[in-house]
Design a protein around this ligand. Sequence first.
Ligand SMILES: *[C@@H]1O[C@H](CO)[C@@H](O)[C@H](O)[C@H]1NC(C)=O
Ligand SMILES: *[C@@H]1O[C@H](CO)[C@@H](O)[C@H](O)[C@H]1NC(C)=O
Ligand SMILES: *[C@@H]1O[C@H](CO)[C@@H](O)[C@H](O)[C@H]1NC(C)=O
Ligand SMILES: *[C@@H]1O[C@H](CO)[C@@H](O)[C@H](O)[C@H]1NC(C)=O
Ligand SMILES: *[C@@H]1O[C@H](CO)[C@@H](O)[C@H](O)[C@H]1NC(C)=O
Length: 445
Amino acid sequence: MFASAVNLIALVYLCSLHPTFGQDCPNRQEILGTLKQVQKLLSAHEASCLQSLRNLRKKINLLQSSAGKQIAKPVNSTCPKLDAPINGRKLGKSHSVGHEVHFLCDHGYEIVGSETRVCQESLTWTGQQPTCRDFSECASSPCLNGGTCVDKVNKFSCVCAKGWAGETCQSPVPTFFITRTNTSAGSASAASTLPAATAGVHIRPSRCTTVQGTTHCTCEQGYTISGRDSYSCTDIDECEVFHNGHAGKLCLHKCINTAGGYRCSCPAGYNVTNGRSCKDIDECATMQNNCTKDQMCVNTYGGFQCVQVDCPKIPHATYVKTSPTRCERSPCPLDNRACSQTPNYFSYHYLAVVSNLSAPRVMFRIKALRQLGDTLRFTLLGGGQVRRHFTVQRSDRQTGQLMLVSPVQGPVSLEAEVEMSELEKRVQLGRYLTKITMFVSQYEF
Ligand SMILES: *[C@@H]1O[C@H](CO)[C@@H](O)[C@H](O)[C@H]1NC(C)=O
Ligand SMILES: *[C@@H]1O[C@H](CO)[C@@H](O)[C@H](O)[C@H]1NC(C)=O
Ligand SMILES: *[C@@H]1O[C@H](CO)[C@@H](O)[C@H](O)[C@H]1NC(C)=O
Ligand SMILES: *[C@@H]1O[C@H](CO)[C@@H](O)[C@H](O)[C@H]1NC(C)=O
Ligand SMILES: *[C@@H]1O[C@H](CO)[C@@H](O)[C@H](O)[C@H]1NC(C)=O
């Protein structure tokens, strides 16, 4: 029926275009009747189509919601994400039900908490989130006989009580007691010449009280209960216990353990001050030097230097000493160009500094008292070690300065020579030489 209706419509259409079709073309009545039928047919089709579309939509919705439920379920079948502990790792990436994750700590750390956690049906993990704790090698008290354990990265060391030695203070050191006798005046000095390490164990009895069957023993200040029994106290080696770092260095230079205490010593040329510091002795001021009358005494850190200025011998010029640290050129003969090119003076300066002085810093300033020419120039002479440690800079129009550019490790003496030259229209008017000798001490104090 539908096909024949389509044929009829096609025929009507052709007839309207080509009236020559003639008698084969349907009449108006026929056409209207057919069109009505087709309209009815289309309406019926439209209704059934809509109905099946509705059904289809319903089915899709049903499928969608059931599929949605199926998809939603796996989303929440994993346990919450777990992080690796700080200084540790987590093994196992799956967080779904039934899976396990394992935890490991880095070298030098131990795990606290659960090593393994399982994702449960309830979507929670078993156990507790672990942490990694710095493994203390001292936790097991490895030092014997009263030794003090010092925890280091991945290892420990023992500071043994007097009388014990070895890695864990396991072996006794052969001991002897110093007995002070009044037999000779030299006994005290004899004792003090013994090296500190073999000066014997300083042992004192402890003071014990027994309360309800428990004995408590105490020691004098500077002593500690020795490992073997509670009835004797051994001297604490403060120098060892407070060696570099722990509560600061006890002594600026050297620590000497004594019975019940310690004392500090300084190198020759220094006096101990404040019990722990070292102060330089000024040998030049205290006549503790052997410099001759012609010499100048220069106090240095930890010592002194005898210096003597001898004026340089340079062709075409003669120099005379105008002060202990200055040589001036005698007037040049007229028209003696060679002479007038030589330095007008040599000036000598001595500096005493400690070792490893921080840099950069200004060591010395050279100032032109008056300026004759249009240009003033400062130059560092010499090479090698001097160039490695020094440089010359202009600090203002009239002044040049010798700068220390890198720390110098003593003991050493460095000599820097700075030339100041005056020029007028590029013609040299004068040269002035300053020699600076720097005595660097052995120590940083
Ligand atoms: C699924 O888990 C997430 C977090 O993991 C949560 O926010 C959400 O409420 C859960 N949904 C259901 C239906 O349990
Ligand atoms: C040792 O000498 C000191 C003084 O230097 C004195 O007080 C002490 O009694 C002497 N001891 C002995 C045992 O003679
Ligand atoms: C430094 O010690 C010496 C003895 O070694 C002493 O003669 C001198 O007076 C001391 N100087 C100072 C400033 O303490
Ligand atoms: C000064 O004495 C020291 C030893 O203390 C010696 O080495 C040096 O040569 C002496 N100097 C002079 C100028 O005598
Ligand atoms: C020099 O001093 C610096 C810091 O002021 C220090 O780090 C360095 O170790 C010192 N050098 C020596 C050789 O003592």
